[in-house]
Write a protein of this length. Sequence first.
Lengths: 196, 196
Amino acid sequence: MGRMVRWEPGARDRLQAAALDLYATRGFDETTVAEIALAAGLTERTFFRHFADKREVIFGRQETFQGGFVEHIASGEVDGPPLAIVAAAVTAAADFFRDERLPYSRHRQAVVDSHPELRERELLKMAALAGAIAQALRDRGIAEPAATLAAESGVTVFRVAFAQWLAPESTRPLADIEREIFAELQSLTAAASLTR
Amino acid sequence: MGRMVRWEPGARDRLQAAALDLYATRGFDETTVAEIALAAGLTERTFFRHFADKREVIFGRQETFQGGFVEHIASGEVDGPPLAIVAAAVTAAADFFRDERLPYSRHRQAVVDSHPELRERELLKMAALAGAIAQALRDRGIAEPAATLAAESGVTVFRVAFAQWLAPESTRPLADIEREIFAELQSLTAAASLTR
């Protein structure tokens, strides 16, 4: 982390932790960037070197997040039908969300869910992820509309599985849940006689 | 239209047409609400009685748009697997987008595509549509995650089909394109051997 800001190791993580705490305890609207910076022992200027705004601070780097999916597709490690390539990439990217991250991820999701602006930002990040996956598939020669359909399906499975992973009673690894949801999507489409 | 503002028939349509023209000719950023109102022969106050902001003006009423999908699901007219219910609702809602609307819809989409803020707003409208469809399915007793998977798949098919409908060379009715994309989604998921 922090390739461009090597001179302040940990600043990014500290700002994220401080923001999450303040959003959870005082609320997103009531918290200012100045307060986040202060709580992290840093300046507002440092905040804006790392994040564009108050919303971005609790989202990871989009390129890091997307990278896990896109690089797996680009590697060509898995060949076969488009959705099989996507499913392999989605389950591989689950490594990013280890079980030790679960308490943090649950806390973070509760904050995101609590505010419309953060929920919107999350939706847009997911849409960007789907776009990046579709592009990675096209780069491998997969035509439209298969590329977009497979990418959007993969992101839908990821979102549904991620919510189940975060559920209070859940103890299963994310990749296992994702495999189950992919299978559910398959049986759902197979069951539908769509050419009525 | 205009249930709450009966005393100004046509105001909503005039504001939408004026906004679309100004966004296309001068750009979204360069156009003010005052200018839109002036071009429509109305006041700023009237604008804000109809629309929350500059972005909303080129989107139809979300409830009208969603209604075409949701009411069809709620009617119970189509029974069967969740995705068959969704596919029937999506193709039925295509009646809203008649071929005589095509020039307007192409013009509108070009404006939406030209500005990140409008593209974002459109993504959020689509996410809201998927949420409303999932809710309509749950109201019919369909459990999660099937409800969300079917709803998201239906919206993905709608979006992909809608883009093809708008394509310059396209002449086919939206519902026909939607049926084809649903079939493509089926073959895509059937082909994927996901339990590697």
